[in-house]
Design a protein. Sequence first.
Length: 296
Amino acid sequence: MVGRGDFLRSIPDAAALAEYLGCVENGKSYGSLVGDKGVGTFGGSEDHTAIMNCRQGHLLMASFCPTKLLHQVSVPHHLVFVIASSGVTAEKTAAARDHYNKAAEAASNAAHALGAAHLGEALAVRGDSNCRACLSDDFGMLQRFHQFAEETNTIVPQLANAIASGNLHAASDVASCSHTLGKAALRNLVEETAWLPRQAAALFPDNYGNSSSGSSSSASSSSSTSLAIDNSRTPTFGGSSAFGAGFGGSVWALVDAQSSAAFKAAWRQGYLRAFPEHAETAAFFVMRPGPGACRL
């Protein structure tokens, strides 16, 4: 395809390629490239942008509609992500597709009410305060705009700065805010992906040196599992949040590498105790940010 003139004209760079690949999934046309049947969701190209453009050891910041690659955020070497794949399949077809699209439609309805093609355009042209003043909360539009504006203007930049500087206390606070806002506005969490971040935080109750006992071991208030933590090197927990399209899927937690093995084991044990039906499908693993798609 890279030898086709219409392909090259429509897809001049890496950001455009990621946006095009999102259209391949959802079936929309892209430039002069006519769409066909997709999965029928109204999603964007976030996954495709990450898959194609991430760098080893970095988080990618990007904006969308159109897709723009902003900058890469270096993750300190002593930090890792523990990923909990819930074992709940996030379907994007049939009835599940309708639930997924409702979350996207709330943003679309709010943008149209503001006379914009999408919320990013409305925020850039009219500003936060003006947009809020012009929106009612019919169909969840004001709530969805609030979540979008907070993520765009505050949460993403603050979380990037906190992670880059290794400030886990700040990262945890921002991640918690993001998860709470997303849960309320997107309504795309299932019981499992709502439970996992709560349990992750519960495993680090003394994370910021607030323990009255001074013990080097902390325990979850909702589980008998104990997690040994070296309090001389606190904080060791940088927050946890669900990610992806929702209605199943996964949750991340940012932790100090030295605590990661014990945390992963305790998190998994607590999850399977709470949701034993996912014993065969749930997966927990430790990772550092990896590179984008490449030829092996």
